[in-house]
Design a protein around this ligand. Structure first.
Ligand SMILES: Cc1cc2nc3c(=O)[nH]c(=O)nc-3n(C[C@H](O)[C@H](O)[C@H](O)COP(=O)(O)OP(=O)(O)OC[C@H]3O[C@@H](n4cnc5c(N)ncnc54)[C@H](O)[C@@H]3O)c2cc1C
Length: 384
């Protein structure tokens, strides 16, 4: 494992920093958090700027339209864009961080050519249709049924908690293609157009007041069999590729953001007198150590994934587990620093505190991450 950057990587950092300094002032004003069409347009425009400048799909292989840079350069990109206050992946999250990498790893040449370029350009938005009302942690219990009719699947069922479903063009959809097989062996991974007849999206509002996810109802939706990624009934293996990317790399840029928030918290505490509280100071110090350790863990995971051929391993679960709790502790500390100001729902730290609550649930709950760490890293016996 090598945690230092080479002169070439530092050169990459310097060029990126210069580019960010030039383009960020040109960005339009950020749309309101609840303006989803506006957010889609804003995130797509940023993705297009990255694409035109050669920064889209940095760590994707060149034959998939990416730039094929080293994992360390990718980390530098995440670090520098966050430090510069550049937009986050936003609405492009699923396309760039889950579905795209899965299609890179598992798609046919035709599928890569069809779906990857629009993802990289920010032209098409994806959502993730995995969870169902009775299949969350136990995802393999999913019941949405796809029945083969010649070259087409006819799909009926429902999905829930589908982030960005309202503005998405495509859905990475898990369906049951063999109800007789053991539950992990009868699943397939499909790409479903969100405007297909029979798709109904009903938005759900979060605690923070944002309709960022939805229920998706599927009533005899027809999807060509050619839009299945991986073999029929092999979707569970394909899904685990998606989930490894989701847990392994999707939250990396946010660690940098949290370190920045921590610095701002300490400054605010000094200004408003809360810094005199030794317990609070110790708490902020411990959080600082935690986020430094998480950044080192990220570098370690990236280094390990390089040796493993690119796919993040179960180390991503260790990261996801620790990160989601550290993020909640960070915003609890922010509420203490703010004092009565923590009741101001418009304060960005207060909104972030509400959304941090979802981090120990989304992308697999903490209990599930602990099970993965116990079974796949520590080699403990399965509890079921
Ligand atoms: C903000 C947010 C965005 C999301 N976006 C998406 C999305 O875009 N697409 C999508 O498909 N899903 C999405 N989800 C859904 C998410 O993946 C599920 O909520 C999550 O996997 C938990 O499933 P569940 O809600 O059904 O809870 P359940 O699985 O019902 O779990 C309930 C409780 O039981 C515990 N539990 C369950 N099984 C075990 C076990 N074996 N051992 C120990 N404890 C256990 C859980 O940890 C949890 O505390 C999102 C969720 C959130 C919060």
């Amino acid at each position: 494992m090598d945690l230092t950057y080479t002169p070439e990587e530092e050169d990459f950092r310097a060029r990126l920093r210069q580019w960010l300094g030039e383009v960020l002032p040109l960005l339009p004003a950020k749309p309101a958090a609840t303006d989803w069409p506006g957010r889609r347009a804003y995130d797509a425009a940023w993705q297009r700027m990255l694409y035109d400048a050669g920064y889209a799909g940095l760590h994707w292989p060149r034959d998939a339209g990416g730039q094929g840079v080293t994992p360390a350069q990718h980390l530098i990109f995440l670090e520098e864009t966050e430090l510069a206050g550049a937009p986050y992946v936003g609405a492009n999250f699923v396309g760039l961080l889950h579905a795209g990498p899965t299609i890179v790893a598992e798609g046919t040449p035709e599928q890569r050519a069809r779906w990857l370029p629009p993802i990289l350009r920010g032209d098409e938005i994806w959502c993730q249709g995995f969870s169902e009302p009775d299949a969350g942690s136990d995802l393999a219990a999913l019941r949405t049924r796809a029945v083969r009719d010649g070259d087409t699947y006819v799909i009926s069922g429902s999905k829930i908690w589908t982030s960005h479903a309202e503005i998405a063009d495509w859905c990475e959809l898990l369906v049951r293609t063999d109800p007789e097989a053991p539950k992990h062996r009868g699943i397939s991974w499909l790409a479903m157009p969100m405007d297909a007849p029979g798709v109904t999206v009903r938005p759900l509002r979060t605690l923070a007041g944002s309709a960022e996810f939805a229920e998706v109802f599927l009533d005899e939706v027809r999807v060509p069999a050619a839009d299945r990624v991986g073999a029929e009934n092999d979707g569970w293996r394909v899904t685990n590729v998606t989930l490894a990317f989701e847990r392994g790399t999707a939250f990396v840029g946010e660690v940098v953001a949290c370190r920045r928030v921590l610095g701002a918290l300490a400054r605010t505490a000094r200004d408003n007198g809360r810094w005199d509280d030794a317990v609070l100071r110790r708490r902020l110090g411990r959080l600082s150590a935690e986020f430094t350790a998480l950044w080192r863990l990220t570098q370690w995971n990236v280094s390990a994934s390089r040796s493993a051929g690119g796919a993040p391993g179960a180390g991503g679960s260790v990261f996801k587990l620790r990160y989601s709790h550290a993020r909640q502790e960070l915003y609890d500390a922010a509420a203490e620093v703010l004092g009565a100001g923590a009741l101001d729902a418009d304060h960005t730290w207060v909104a972030d505190r509400l959304s941090a609550l979802s981090y120990t649930i989304a992308a697999g709950t903490s209990q599930i991450q602990r099970n993965i760490v116990a079974e796949r890293i520590l080699g403990l016996p399965k509890g079921r």
